[in-house]
Write a protein that binds this ligand. Structure first.
Ligand SMILES: [Fe+2]
Length: 246
């Protein structure tokens, strides 16, 4: 397990490549997509912290797997998830829809629905002096989520929503896929210097056992082929190509 501190948001690496994000304010913590409970409980107890809320981006087990046990440990927490997922995210007690705003840790959080990976995937956006987006499995550094339930068009439109956010938005995704995504992108654009530079930077971080996330939207616009696709056809070609890339 490794940690990477960035603006009081701490990543716990679990399973093969998942990252559970802990957003800390004083002694309170909000956890985003707890794949597992034990690493979260261990970290919070070791640091004398209290869980306030769980944010769920979608229903996949490597995002909600730890929720039930965390509720047992902190029974009064808020569990925030899409109102469309009451069956598949059964622990939710604050059900939200696209555009909803709510307050946690004295910060306003906006819900942005990003359909594609699942039929009701949501992201959580905080826009104060620093913009932060907890994007789940919709966008990865140099990649994007697989389209399991939505259409190519829905995913393309979801990425457009992300692109419309301030360029200094710091994006926290739920998987550490950066290196393999960059290898795929380089395969398609072998002369792309921005991707080459990013790969060097990422390999250094990996050698130091650091996370390569979060990433800045502005920088991602240079190296993420999915974000750079400017029409649905181009995006669909890339997604299908990535799906069949080994
Ligand atoms: Fe997922």
């Amino acid at each position: 397990m490794e940690f990477n501190k960035e603006q009081k948001i701490i990543g716990i690496r679990v399973l093969t490549d998942n990252v559970i994000w802990l957003w800390k304010k004083n002694k309170s913590v909000v956890v985003i997509d707890p794949a597992l409970s034990q690493p979260v409980i261990k970290y919070l107890k070791a640091n004398n912290l209290k869980l306030e809320a769980i944010l769920q981006t979608h229903h996949h087990s490597d995002h909600i797997g730890g929720t039930k046990e965390l509720i047992k440990e902190w029974p009064n927490i808020k569990v925030i998830a899409s109102a469309k997922e009451k069956d598949r995210i059964p622990f939710q007690n604050l059900s939200v829809n696209d555009g909803d705003k709510f307050k946690i840790l004295d910060e306003e959080i906006q819900v942005i629905e990003l359909i594609g990976h699942t039929r009701s995937h949501i992201a959580f956006y905080i826009n104060n002096e620093a913009s932060v987006l907890f994007v789940g499995d919709t966008l990865f550094s140099a990649g994007c989520g697989r389209i399991f339930e939505g259409t190519y068009k829905q995913m393309y439109n979801s990425l457009k929503k992300i692109k419309s956010l301030p360029k200094n938005t710091l994006i926290y995704c739920a998987h550490e896929y950066t290196k393999s995504n960059l290898m795929w992108a380089l395969n398609l654009e072998p002369e792309n210097q921005s991707i080459k530079n990013k790969l060097i930077e990422v390999e250094k971080k990996i050698a130091l056992k650091e996370l390569t996330i979060p990433f800045l939207l502005e920088e991602e616009m240079k190296i993420n082929l999915f974000l750079r696709a400017d029409n649905l056809e181009g995006f669909s070609y890339l997604r299908a190509n990535k799906d069949s890339w080994v």
